[in-house]
Design a protein. Structure first.
Lengths: 507, 462
């Protein structure tokens, strides 16, 4: 474990937004510009600070970096233990970036309870970064759950017409999963020598039967968040009803936490169970890919379509992760980042027209390409990235995942590849219906994007191309950590014989 | 024959302070019209109890009365409940009830009863404390003489309370017949030498029933919703903390000590009650329209969780119950304080649009509601985590999973309040708030404790 900096950078990243939320809460309700400005200031400052991770991260080691350790609850052996490695570093950068965009995209569209809105965004940002940094299970759980409160408000207060239903559904789904994980965490703690330290727990050899139970306990929390089939049903409602910023956070970061949880906790702590359960996980992933894609074909609501496409795309991510080989896992991580960028961008784009038209029905649009040419160009790039066209980031991630998935299981790899075709179908149909065909009179007089909206989408556009053309900058971060993770998994001895054939490709 | 030595009064000193303050107030209330002076005396008495508590350890009255770490922790919980109740009552009780009366002295008498219960080493003393507490709370429930619901509450509470006392006495009589003693420690000693017999089990069940009434555990909970709804809100707040904690104090003492040898038997009885209590409390809370009834069912549910700590039967789990009670006292008192703060705050529809008209009040209520669900970083999470940890460690994994499922159900009804405050709008009128300094202090203290314990659990753990 190392900390290459003299100062506690990770704590600063977590608590700066939280401090920002307190500042926002103290500003007078009437001064809305001040509130927005403060939120923008704190998110930008956090982003600039997080760039230090980008520059100072040591790519040659799988050790935890930027580590901070302090006593917290001595009676239970709970520590304030933060640190990141190649698996988590990119998500922190993604969180800090998307948070700024959430502030700028909401500048005019949020007009009630402004103070609470920006405070919630800042609190969510702090908790999200905390989730990716925590190396103490107790601390992790605190951040994981604490995020529910502002997220629940974000959907329920500023969301669409059906927001209350969506908010409560989101909350209950996640809560049930999280509480089962809590039981799992307590079991890990009691059987692992009364410590919540993830690095120490990783070195405990839990008996196989217990590992299976724990795997499903953690699965309950992570699968709901991802969301994996069949516990995905909260997602379309929550994503559709949430305000634009909420959808961006949900699609961009929050659902990545589930997959991150598998990588950080389930696989390294419970390697035997993960290997044994990998086929089941891969099957569920492939079902999500195909099922999510087919549902997308029938959607009439812009946001709902993109929401269901997340189910399909996250299916690719979990497929890659549970392929348990280098290409699969690296592809999975990269695809998570990609999906955060692309789907974040798509939700932001939908938010931009929604602010003008206040409708999400695809049939209300048409011919936007002539009305809003710049916007159409941006949307085109994001659509192609979502489809996975070579030259965009989506291609790199999905290609690696299919490679890994194919190595692990040929039939599943083939079925998963068909998901890409379905993806191309629904995304291009969406683009055609919204941007081409005859210009709908309802949208004939819309203004193109202003500079604020342009600046919101531009960073994501750059990233789409950058990762698409030269992914090594980002892949380089994760190489060592992924290698280390897979060594742990592949050193496991107690494979059940009947399953070993399926995962032969790993070795 | 030696003359009996005068008993050492030091272990009884906290109760002496409380009882004399209560008696003093009974007379003073005839002459002193100023509520502030009266409540100041109550607060001074509470302060005196807290100050003298650390020095008053020991056993007295021929071994009938014990003041140990266990009872001292409970006394702190009782005092927290009492002080909070007094702070939230100050303006409220005048508003509710124009007649003057013995409100404050009854609160002190009830608290004295609880303190005696927590400290009793002898079942007869326990009964004494139980009745002192119970009789005072019966009157408190009916202290609005012209309000029909308050009357109903008092009568119901009295009838069912009398039943439960009778059950307790039957159990006690059987136990005395079997062991020839009423001393809890001697009973334990004698029971250890004998095999469990049918009368012993019968007496244990009677005592389980009696205490289940006191902590409002299902299926002996029926009085709670009506009594909570009918009583003045400050009394409801008081009843949801103090008497419940006192019930747990005696459950701990009687079952862990007297019935130590038949732990496997009483834990089965309590498991049934605990599961039933969690189910009834959480499921019936879902369909309540009145917030006091909802909080009544919620307090039934919380009693169910706490019973798990008793069932687990380790000192770690007993400790977690104590912490749970203390944390529950703060968050529940806080929630009731907000109910009192609103002029019209009994129906859950009254909370519609509160975030718009009174954003700070709504934000504070939000913290209490999330704490009652048990979401970090609030104290409610620390309480639940501590309890679940101890119970799993004692081997009751399945019971914890049941509790976990029911507590996710509980999120639904607590969140409904949040939902009404933040996501619905009040079309008709803006809710009035009636803030008094003492109420403000009570809310502030509960809020600070709920947040502080949530962030620094070491305040209570260990």
């Amino acid at each position: 474990m190392i900390n290459q900096l003299e100062y506690p950078l990770l704590s600063a990243l977590i608590f700066l937004p939280i401090a920002g939320a307190i500042f926002v809460a103290l500003i007078s309700r009437a001064k809305e510009t001040w509130i927005k400005g403060t939120a923008l200031f704190f998110t930008s400052l956090t982003f600039l600070l997080s760039l230090l991770l980008f520059t100072h991260f040591d790519k040659t080691t799988a050790l935890m970096q930027f580590v901070e350790i302090g006593e917290w609850i001595p009676a239970w052996g709970v520590k304030y233990f933060l640190g990141i490695d190649g698996i988590s570093v990119l998500f922190i950068l993604l969180s800090t970036l998307l948070s700024i965009l959430c502030v700028t995209i909401s500048w005019h569209s949020i007009d009630k309870k402004v103070k609470e809105f920006y405070a919630s965004i800042l609190l969510i940002e702090g908790a999200m970064i905390g989730v990716f940094c925590a190396l103490d299970l107790f601390l992790f759980y605190i951040f994981w759950e604490a995020m529910l409160i502002p997220m629940y408000l974000l959907i329920g207060v500023w969301g669409g017409p059906n927001r209350i239903y969506a908010a409560i559904k989101f909350f209950l789904y996640t809560l049930v999963g999280s509480l089962l994980m809590l039981v799992g965490i307590i079991l890990l703690y009691l059987f692992g020598g009364r410590t919540f330290d993830v690095l120490q727990i990783m070195n405990v050899n839990y008996p196989f039967g217990l590992q299976i139970i724990l795997f499903w306990a953690f699965f309950a929390a992570f699968a709901v968040k991802v969301p994996m089939f069949p516990v995905h049903t909260w997602l379309p409602d929550a994503h559709t009803e949430a305000p634009t910023a909420g959808s961006v956070i949900l699609a961009g970061i929050l659902i990545k936490m589930g997959a991150y949880g598998f990588l950080r906790f389930s696989i390294p702590i419970l390697p035997e169970a993960s290997v044994a359960m990998a086929p089941a996980m891969m099957v569920l992933s492939v079902i999500a890919i195909v099922y999510g894609g087919i549902i997308c074909l029938g959607q009439t609501d812009l946001k709902r379509l993109i929401a269901y496409s997340s189910v399909s795309h996250m299916g690719f991510v979990t497929l890659g992760i549970f392929a348990l080989n280098t290409q699969g896992v690296e592809g999975g991580i990269l695809q998570m980042v990609n999906h955060g960028i692309v789907t974040g961008a798509l939700f932001l784009s939908v938010g931009i027209v929604y602010d003008r038209t206040h409708t999400r029905q695809i049939s209300d649009y048409g011919g936007l390409a002539t009305v809003m040419p710049v916007y159409a160009a941006f949307f085109m790039v994001f659509t192609l990235a979502s489809v996975g066209l070579p030259g965009t980031n989506g291609f790199v991630g999905e290609f690696l995942i299919l490679l890994g998935g194919f190595t692990a299981s040929k039939p599943l790899g083939i079925i998963a590849a068909s998901g890409i075709i379905i993806g191309a179908a629904y995304m291009l149909m969406l683009y055609q219906k919204v941007f081409f065909l005859e210009t709908n009179t309802k949208v004939a007089r819309l203004k193109d994007m202003d500079s604020r909206e342009l600046m919101t989408l531009l960073p994501l556009l750059i990233l789409v191309i950058w990762i698409g053309v030269y992914p090594n900058v980002f892949m380089g971060f994760m190489d060592e950590s992924v290698k280390n993770l897979l060594e742990r998994v592949n050193n496991t001895q107690t494979l059940p014989p009947d399953l070993s054939r399926i995962i032969e490709g790993n070795k | 024959m030696n003359p009996l030595p005068f008993p050492d009064l030091m272990p009884f000193a906290p109760e002496i302070i409380m009882l004399s303050a209560a008696t003093l107030l009974l007379m003073l209330e005839l002459f002193v019209k100023n509520r502030t002076i009266i409540s100041a005396i109550c607060l001074a008495a509470s302060m005196g109890v807290i100050l003298i508590l650390p020095q008053s350890q020991g056993i007295t009255f021929n071994g009938m009365f014990i003041n140990d770490g266990y009872s001292m922790y409970f006394k702190i919980i009782f005092i927290v409940g009492l002080v909070m109740t007094i702070l939230i009552s100050l303006k409220y009780i005048d508003r509710e009830r124009p007649q003057r009366g013995e409100y404050y002295s009854l609160l002190l008498f009830a608290t004295s009863g609880m303190m005696i219960m927590a400290s009793s080493k002898d079942l007869v003393v326990l009964f004494l404390g139980l009745e002192l507490m119970a009789l005072s709370t019966y009157i408190l429930a009916g202290i609005k003489p012209l309000n029909i619901k308050s009357n109903e509450a008092a009568i119901k509470y009295f009838m069912l309370g009398a039943f439960s006392s009778a059950f307790f006495l039957y159990g006690l009589a059987l136990l005395y017949g079997l062991t020839g003693s009423t001393d809890i420690y001697q009973i334990s000693e004698r029971l250890r030498q004998t095999e469990p017999t049918l009368p012993l089990i019968l007496s244990m069940i009677m005592i389980v029933v009696a205490f289940s009434f006191k902590i409002a555990a299902a299926p002996f909970h029926m009085w709670a919703p009506d009594v909570y709804e009918g009583s003045p809100t400050s009394v409801t707040a008081f009843m949801s903390v103090g008497p419940k904690a006192a019930g747990f104090a005696v459950i701990g003492r009687v079952f862990y000590v007297a019935f130590e040898s038949i732990q496997s038997d009483w834990s089965i009885a309590l498991i049934v009650i605990a599961v039933l209590t969690m189910a009834v409390g959480n499921i019936l809370a879902l369909c309540q329209r009145n917030i006091k009834r909802m909080l009544a069912y919620s307090s039934i549910a919380h009693a169910g969780y706490m019973l798990i700590g008793i069932i687990a039967g380790t000192s770690e789990s007993l400790h977690s119950v104590l912490n749970y009670l203390l944390i529950y006292a703060f968050m529940n008192m806080g929630a009731f304080a907000i109910v009192i703060l609103l002029e019209k705050g009994e129906d859950i529809e009254d909370y519609n649009g509160l975030a718009r008209s009174h954003p700070i009040v709504a934000a504070i209520m939000l913290v209490f509601m999330f704490s009652l669900v048990g979401i970090p970083p609030t104290a409610g999470f620390v309480a639940k985590f501590n309890l679940f940890l101890a119970a799993i460690n004692a081997g009751y994994l399945w019971l914890v999973i049941v509790a976990v499922i029911f507590s996710s159900i509980s999120a639904f009804y607590y969140l409904r309040i949040v939902m009404n405050m933040y996501m619905r709008d009040n079309i008709s009128e803006t809710p009035e708030i009636l803030l008094s300094p003492s109420l403000g202090i009570a809310i502030f203290v509960s809020l600070v404790m709920v947040v502080a314990i949530g962030i620094v659990p070491s305040l209570v753990v260990g």
